[in-house]
Write a protein that binds this ligand. Structure first.
Ligand SMILES: [Zn+2]
Length: 413
């Protein structure tokens, strides 16, 4: 059995260091598992991550082992260490203070957010997950952006007011008579209840700060609709500061780019988005105008074959949509077959189309072109398209010449 000394206020010396005796030591995956008769290293349990820490020689203070994880097994706490420790040895156990402070802050922040979500909006916490670099809370109802802003503001007011954290240890059987925000079910024996000022009350076995002020800062990062409710990502203490700073750096860069203040970047970005949409619309309009002239030129220069006109050309830089528009413009006239190739970004794009009076199958011509270029494409009898990668063995001009010869035959038939 391991005496748990990681909770504050239950030990004069504090909750980070204690003396202990090694009761067992065995090889395990990733190192050695050591059973101690007492520990300040919090094991992974109740949604809270494990502490890390060290074991030192009691007399000399020499480091004996580094503990990377601890786990509960009934009454025992097993410590995963990088080195073995002699069974019977007396050691000094020390938990990593920075990691503990971080976990306690996230955990306490979770109580504040969950307690206030319940008080303000009647939202019930139905899930909590804490990882090394993020923490989430699941609520059973959907909270709007405005509600989340109000929740974040209220949570930080609770931090500013520096509410005391009270721990009460009761017998599991006494839980029924207590009014708590959340009770874990089926608890027996000693049960810990945490109270954060008037904000929260629930059963919890994690480590917490002494008062809400120690949390420092609570920040809701993002939120999504999740299983009919809300999943929100939050950060507390230095995690929250680092997140806020990372976003501020992005905002500062954008503000410089737009020669404006951070608070006005949003408007500037939206304005630029509108301008971009207008530019695209204008570009589309002008491209169509240009393609109309192009179509007239191509028709004037088209090869006449048995009363039909063949427009087979290699263009530079046109994309698929532009090729299609050009083909449609050409095919407004009857008796036209259009074989349009475009070399663009290392690819050969092709669009084939026919208008009324032409019976040659564009689908078949496309298959022939696929064969010539090693490309992929297909379509209907009257319109088909495809593309191929331009390689050393594929010269677009050669492909065009071969297609032209092929089409002359097809149109004559
Ligand atoms: Zn807790």
């Amino acid at each position: 059995m391991t005496k748990r000394l990681y909770y504050p206020r239950e030990q004069q010396a504090g909750s980070l260091e204690c003396e202990a005796q090694a009761l067992a030591c065995r090889q395990a995956e990733g190192g050695y598992e050591i059973l101690l008769d007492a520990t300040t290293i919090f094991p992974e349990v109740g949604g809270q991550l494990s502490d890390e820490g060290w074991l030192y020689h009691l007399q000399t203070g020499r480091e004996l082992a580094r503990v990377s994880h601890a786990r509960e097994d009934g009454e025992d706490v097993w410590h995963l260490a990088d080195r073995p420790v002699e069974v019977g040895a007396r050691v000094r156990v020390k938990a990593d203070e920075a990691r503990r402070r971080d976990h306690s802050a996230q955990h306490s922040g979770e109580h504040i957010l969950s307690g206030l979500a319940s008080r303000l909006f009647g939202a019930k916490n139905v899930g909590f997950h804490m990882a090394n670099d993020y923490a989430t809370i699941d609520l059973d109802i959907f909270l709007s952006e405005e509600q989340l802003w109000a929740l974040e503001r209220a949570a930080n007011e609770a931090v500013q007011t520096d509410l005391p954290t009270e721990i009460q240890v009761v017998d599991g059987a006494a839980l029924d008579g207590l009014e708590l925000r959340k009770k874990a079910s089926g608890l027996t024996g000693e049960v810990r209840i945490i109270y954060v000022g008037g904000v929260d009350s629930c059963t919890c076995c994690g480590t917490h700060v002494h008062s809400s002020g120690e949390v420092g800062y609570i920040r809701i990062g993002s939120a999504i609709k999740y299983k009919g409710g809300t999943r929100l990502w939050f950060a507390c203490g230095m995690r929250a500061v680092e997140e806020a700073l990372a976003e501020k750096i992005v905002l500062d860069k954008l503000a410089r780019r737009f020669s404006t203040k951070g608070s006005e970047v949003g408007e500037a970005v939206l304005r630029q988005g509108d301008e971009l949409a207008a530019c695209k619309k204008e570009l589309r309009h002008r491209t169509e105008e240009l393609l109309t002239y192009r179509a007239a030129e191509l028709l004037a220069a088209a090869e006449e074959i048995g009363g039909l006109r063949l427009c087979a050309v290699l263009l530079e830089g046109l994309d698929m949509a532009e090729l299609k528009t050009l083909a449609e413009l050409l095919c407004k006239q009857s008796g036209v077959a259009a074989i349009l190739l475009s070399a663009r970004d290392g690819s050969l794009l092709y669009q084939l189309a026919r208008s009324q009076g032409v019976v040659a199958s564009m689908k078949e011509l496309c298959l022939a072109l696929n064969g010539l270029t090693g490309g992929r494409g297909g379509g209907r009898e009257d319109m088909a398209q495809g593309s191929a990668a331009i390689t050393a063995s594929l010269r677009p001009q050669d492909a065009l010449e071969q297609m032209r010869a092929y089409c002359r035959q097809a149109l004559k038939a």
